[in-house]
Design a binder for this molecule. Structure first.
Ligand SMILES: [Zn+2]
Length: 212
């Protein structure tokens, strides 16, 4: 095993809702599954996240009269992109992809369950106040370095990576184990912000080569 006890793999939102045919499909989203399955055995520690919304969630365009998906609305905590309905609690759309193989995962963080606040980040909800508890969990377990993968690069992965850096973790994003939504240049912008924050960027082959 390459990685040691101070490192963890964080698998972001590998759910049917973000796969082709899902509520909020990410192009080629299912391509991340075999890549994540290849790198997962390198890690003793792993955490999964799961977008987990009530049906009346504030991030759904259908819950705002006259609004369409991908339009932006100003909410009390700031700008919110309105999405098609996705990952509603307990539905097949919210289920983790059945082919995902990270059996050693020790924690599943569900996020976005507060009706009036979205949460792209695995650490802090979109009001930038409410914590998911993940930072405290990882620190209590002595984990200092995180490897992020999953969906979508420019939203939940990027926000999680930036919050992890702000919380003092070393952060690496495994680029080919992610796919982006890329709404009006959001993918390039996310990589710029992550680079500026000191987030490292690697390919899965580099990780696997160092473990060989
Ligand atoms: Zn969501």
């Amino acid at each position: 095993m390459l990685q040691d006890a101070s490192q963890a793999l964080i698998v972001i939102d590998v759910q049917y809702g973000f796969m082709p045919g899902g509520g909020l499909p990410v192009a080629d989203g299912d391509a991340v599954v075999p890549v994540i399955n290849r790198i997962a055995p390198l890690f003793a520690n792993a955490v999964l996240t799961q977008d987990w919304h009530p049906a009346d969630h504030v991030s759904f365009a259908r819950n705002h009269a006259g609004m369409q998906p991908y339009q932006t609305l100003t909410l009390p905590y700031g700008e919110q992109v309105l999405w098609p309905m996705h990952c509603v609690q307990g539905t097949p759309d919210a289920a983790l992809h059945a082919d995902l193989q990270v059996p050693q995962a020790q924690l599943i963080i569900r996020k976005g369950f507060h009706r009036d606040v979205d949460s792209y980040s695995a650490f802090v909800e979109a009001d930038r106040q409410t914590t998911t508890g993940l930072e405290a969990y990882l620190k209590a377990r002595g984990i200092r370095s995180l490897y992020l993968c999953g969906l979508a690069t420019d939203y939940c992965v990027a926000w999680s990576a930036l919050d992890a850096r702000a919380a003092g973790f070393e952060v690496t994003v495994v680029e080919d184990a992610c796919r982006g939504i890329d709404l009006e240049g959001s993918l390039a912008r996310a990589w710029e912000q992550m680079a500026a924050a000191g987030v490292q960027r690697v390919q899965s082959a580099e990780l696997l080569a160092t473990a060989a």
